[in-house]
Design a binder for this molecule. Sequence first.
Ligand code: HC0
Ligand code: SF4
Length: 579
Amino acid sequence: KITITIDNKRIEAEPGTTILKAARGAGIEIPTLCHFEMCDMGIENRPGGCRICVVEVEGRRNLAPSCVTEVQEGMVVSTHNIRVLNARKTVLQLIISDHPFDCLVCAKSGQCELQHLATQFGIRSLPYAGEQSRYRKDTSPSIIRDVDKCILCRRCEMVCNDVQTVGALSAVNRGFMAVVAPAFEMNLEKSPCTYCGQCVSVCPTGALTEVDHSYEVLQALSNPKKTVVVQTAPAVRAALGEEFGMEPGTLVTGKLVAALRRLGFDYVFDTDFGADLTIMEEGTELLNRIKGYLAGDPNVRIPLLTSCCPGWVNFFEHNFPDLLDVPSTAKSPQQMFGAIAKTYFAEKIGVKREDLVVVSIMPCLAKKYECQRDEFKVDGNPDVDYSISTRELAAFIRQANIDFPGLPDEEYDDPLGESSGAGVIFGNTGGVIEAACRTAYELYTGRSLDRVEFHELRGMAGIRSATVDFDGLKLNIGIAHGLGNARKLLDEVRAGRSQYHAIEIMACPGGCISGGGQPYTHLKEEILKRRTAALYMADERKRIRKSHENPSIIRLYKEFLGEPGSPRAHSLLHTEYFP
Ligand code: HC0
Ligand code: SF4
């Protein structure tokens, strides 16, 4: 350890640590616009570009950017003296001189880090004329790039390239025209972007935001001819409370249901029901593939890859077009829910398909694209009409002046609101495969599990593996979250070196709990861990914890679908992939 002094405080730090980290470790906050990190996953962006984090180091002529300057024995640092404050203010004024002033109508207003700093530093005028660059907005099915608002922090580039290995974004041009953009400045839609939304999660300004569909939802709700059904994804209940000042990790399931009723939805249902249904179909597919594999059938593809994460589906369609027969053909829970809502449920309540509107509340931006895919439409009418993010729902709740923390806890409607604990852990990395194991074990062995938790499948390591014993049949399970980790496992599959029988993949670090549509955290590890714990707690609190024991699922098969994998189940609940 070495000893340094920061703001007259003696601090011990590891050699190689930056001043910024040493200061933060001692509770001294230094502002920055480009730096961010998530230690557990080794994610760190420190291009030293924004220069907001400059500090004074005694004996040095120039101020030092604290995010890239390493501590040295005996160093004496001032983080907030007059010279430093002056420099920060000048840097801020320079950044703002190349930024539009439309805060009133900006999607990020109120949550923009540049806006916060401008307020904190009391910026009231700009001494520099600057130059307002003019780029057109780039709108894709999920994400809007408002490039004029890019401040070149390069967080998005780092996440997209280093974490996701998608490489859709990189810095182009010079001077006032410099921006981060897809190659040849093509539209995001034409780029290899997966719509995972992780760039939106880390963008400090309004340069990257979601396409907002809440107006269309409002229109549907105010149309008396429409019956509007809503489904809520597993991870939303673990994060929505943060938007209303509640502690991260507070489960708000009952208040979420209550808020949606007050907003005017006719039926409040749960994507967890769709997750249980996914397990019935995907679990059956897994067992069939394993039986075929053990019997030496050369046409059977192992490992089975989970297919419920649409960012991941986009990624393998782009990058592994030669492996399109490896993922499960099961649709995602969002889409299974939509298909059942517009057939089985519409029939039950006597409403025509075109008069039923299905809305989903998702932690994810790729879900917006997923529900628009042609294969999920019948004569142009989508199974899921609109997907809105946790953040869009929070804004909607605020507009309606609902006191969210003060709401009573209410229950989901029947029958598509009933779910098991297996359905709710889908939102955590490892949760889908754990849910599948709970059901596949019992179907395969004919025995009831003594303990439903598979702790060996849990955790935050980016790639994990475990062997699960099905009474002598040893299943090798792989888990990856973050597309860079997924790529490593897929490269092994392509090379014929994969050890696994099944692999679960989620595009976002930590799984859906840190999806691109969740309340902004900038991947703060502590918040993600609390959301994860909340979903495991929701599972523990459930009376039914295995998908095949969900009474509404049992009834759905009995009344409508027949067996898992039946021709009707196949046509409604399975899909195909396109290069
Ligand atoms: Fe997820 Fe899902 S678990 S992808 O993260 O499978 O978005 O929460 O809704 O569909 O259930 C997201 C979350 C879902 C789906 C489910 C899956
Ligand atoms: Fe890259 Fe994901 Fe952003 Fe697309 S959505 S640009 S894949 S980080």
